[in-house]
Design a binder for this molecule. Sequence first.
Ligand SMILES: NC(=O)c1ccc[n+]([C@@H]2O[C@H](COP(=O)([O-])OP(=O)(O)OC[C@H]3O[C@@H](n4cnc5c(N)ncnc54)[C@H](OP(=O)(O)O)[C@@H]3O)[C@@H](O)[C@H]2O)c1
Length: 336
Amino acid sequence: MSQKALFIPSKQAQFQVGPADIPKPGDGEILVKVHAIGINPLEWKQQAFGVIIEHYPAIVGQDVAGIVEEVGAGVTNFVKGERVAARAGFNSNAHGAYQEYMLAPADLTAKIPSNISLEAASSLPTGVDTATIGLFGPLDGNLTSPTEKLNAYQGQSILILGGSGSVGVYTIQLARLSGFSTIIATASLRHETYLKSLGATHVINRTLPEAEVIQAVTSISNDIKIVYDTISEPDTQKIGWAVLASGGHLVTTVGATVKPEAGDTRTVKWVFAAPTIPPNRPVCTAVWDQVTKWLEDGSLVPNKVEVVPGGLGGIVTGLDRLRANQVSGVKLVVTL
Ligand SMILES: NC(=O)c1ccc[n+]([C@@H]2O[C@H](COP(=O)([O-])OP(=O)(O)OC[C@H]3O[C@@H](n4cnc5c(N)ncnc54)[C@H](OP(=O)(O)O)[C@@H]3O)[C@@H](O)[C@H]2O)c1
């Protein structure tokens, strides 16, 4: 059986729609009939630079929501016809998001309750995984996850640089579920009310000069042991490092440009938000196990989304907008 997919035909070639086989689910996998695809900045970087692609033609993309079409051996918690959000994998065309039918690991998939649209649900996978791994992954922030203990960080402060982005909104919400009493986010101030509704206690104008952002943060808290820089430009990393307390950790989403001096007790690490890496898997499966309930009871709210017209072909328009930094406070998605 054949379907349509959006391919990168060869290194740095333009995206192109073409036919692909519909894959069969293996052990522990489900086949999802894709309804909505969330578009991530990584995917324009994959086309432009060839990063995290080992074989061409390549089907990339990370985030889908749709309907379970078929379950593989050993899958007992999903049945055909259920609404789900699922994370794709790297370097496997069968597990790429930019197609009509995608394979996903069942333990990293969540049922989507009827109060959430599939468009909104397609914003969940990468955002939730990146927030989860950066904060709770044993190789990264190594904090106690709310799936182990709710409100473990009462009385403590966290800074989230880039609170209105896809990773940012989930980081704010997981920080709230972790009980942080002070959750400081930087963003454009038009998002202040929205970010406070998710759990931010303070929103600082991200367009202020660096020294003023640092001053604003330190006037709120002088004891920040965890900074999540979802943007990770050199300027934002400098802010994060300047306010990080002794023994603290800075999570970056792209390469770390700050360096601890000899004897510094603080650490910085570029998170690689792949939930299938063995040390990350337990913390991610525990979170995915809770996502349905959190969506139902409002503990977790998906990104605001904007549907870009054009189906698979519309993804290219969305990627161009992300590349040009023309996306603010929404996740771009396409529907099939
Ligand atoms: N390492 C990994 O595994 C991993 C995983 C996921 C993402 N990433 C990377 O993480 C980055 C963020 O991804 P994303 O999906 O969250 O991006 P996104 O949703 O496209 O980010 C858009 C947001 O960035 C905010 N922003 C831009 N410059 C800012 C600054 N200087 N300070 C504060 N906020 C700023 C904007 O805020 P305002 O509109 O409020 O101005 C906008 O809402 C990307 O580079 C992506 O490739 C890495």
